[in-house]
Design a protein around this ligand. Structure first.
Ligand SMILES: Nc1ncnc2c1ncn2[C@@H]1O[C@H](COP(=O)(O)OP(=O)(O)OP(=O)(O)O)[C@@H](O)[C@H]1O
Ligand SMILES: [Mg+2]
Length: 277
């Protein structure tokens, strides 16, 4: 039985039956005063899968992340973690439930070494009582090993994290979440500011986290990036959900068309053509 479902997944089929989602939003809405930031949005995040959230500027992507991360609370609908109704009141609470969020403007201290940033706020110590001190060696070794495990061979973990490329910094943040036992990682447009090669590196890394059994929420406005790694695709537009598909239900072309606004794009094409001499 297991073998068959494994083969299905390898073939890109996504099964929902009988499995409790790590994270589930059901008909969730969020208002900022009169502004409808989200209305009636539903999604599922499963272990070993990537759920992509696609949408243009102002679609509500960041709002969605903030709800999952515990930064904001939803006004309507249901938010479940491991099948349990929740309303995390702070990022700390979400993290305690296994949800780690990597924001685009990564909260790192640029001048501190990579290993220092890796352990920021959770530094292991050695010794007892007054002799207690940071276990620097362990932190160095662990950082190097964890990055290597995900395919990044950093020669010098002592270099300031500010000297790493944007893509490498995203990868360090993901490795950190994995190391500290996250069950779900939420990534806010990790490839938005990156070129082709670095985007590829980050996506490879995201896929490695998925293969390690984590559930991933990948926010992006790039359907190509989403389709390279995604199992599920949720489309948002001005706060509303305009589509929700598993991988076997949609092609890259169709995803791209829906993302581009389909008929809107055709209208624009006519308009632009009309203006040409
Ligand atoms: N704190 C806030 N107070 C009032 N309105 C807000 C607040 N945060 C977001 N909004 C509004 O909610 C809507 C959705 O915003 P959100 O930031 O979630 O979009 P987004 O998809 O992340 O966009 P972008 O791609 O530009 O980051 C927008 O109309 C925005 O102006
Ligand atoms: Mg945003």
């Amino acid at each position: 039985m297991t073998r068959i479902s494994e083969m299905d997944e390898a073939a890109g089929t996504t099964r929902t039956t009988g499995r409790t989602a790590l994270v589930e939003l059901d008909d969730v809405s969020k208002y900022y005063g009169n502004v409808r930031a989200l209305e009636g949005v539903s999604l599922e995040v499963h272990a070993g899968e990537i759920t992509c959230v696609l949408g243009d500027n102002g679609a509500g992507k960041s709002t969605l992340i903030k709800i999952i991360a515990g930064l904001h609370q939803h006004d309507a609908g249901t938010f479940r973690i491991d099948g349990e109704d929740v309303r995390p009141a702070s990022p700390r609470e979400a993290l305690d439930r296994g949800i780690a969020t990597v924001y685009q403007d990564l909260a790192v201290v640029p001048l501190m070494p990579v290993w220092r940033n890796f352990f920021l706020g959770s530094e292991p110590r050695k010794g007892r009582g007054p002799f207690k001190r940071l276990d620097v060696d362990l932190m160095r070794r662990t950082t190097h090993a964890e990055l290597l495990r995900m395919g990044i061979d950093l020669r010098d973990v002592d270099q300031p994290i500010g000297t790493l490329s944007g893509g490498e910094r995203q990868c360090v943040a993901i490795a950190r979440a994995v190391h500290f036992g996250a069950k779900v990682i939420v990534l806010d447009e990790p490839t938005a500011a990156l070129g082709v090669k670095q985007s590829g590196m980050v996506l490879k890394y995201v896929a490695a986290a998925r293969d390690a059994g984590l559930g991933v929420v990948l926010i992006t406005h790039n359907p190509h990036h989403a389709y390279l790694v995604g199992n599920r695709f949720v489309l948002l537009k001005r706060g509303a959900m305009t589509g929700s598909h598993t991988r076997d239900e949609i092609t890259l072309d169709e995803l791209t068309r829906q993302m581009a606004g389909g008929s809107e794009l055709d209208d624009l094409r006519h308009e632009l053509a009309g203006g040409a001499p």
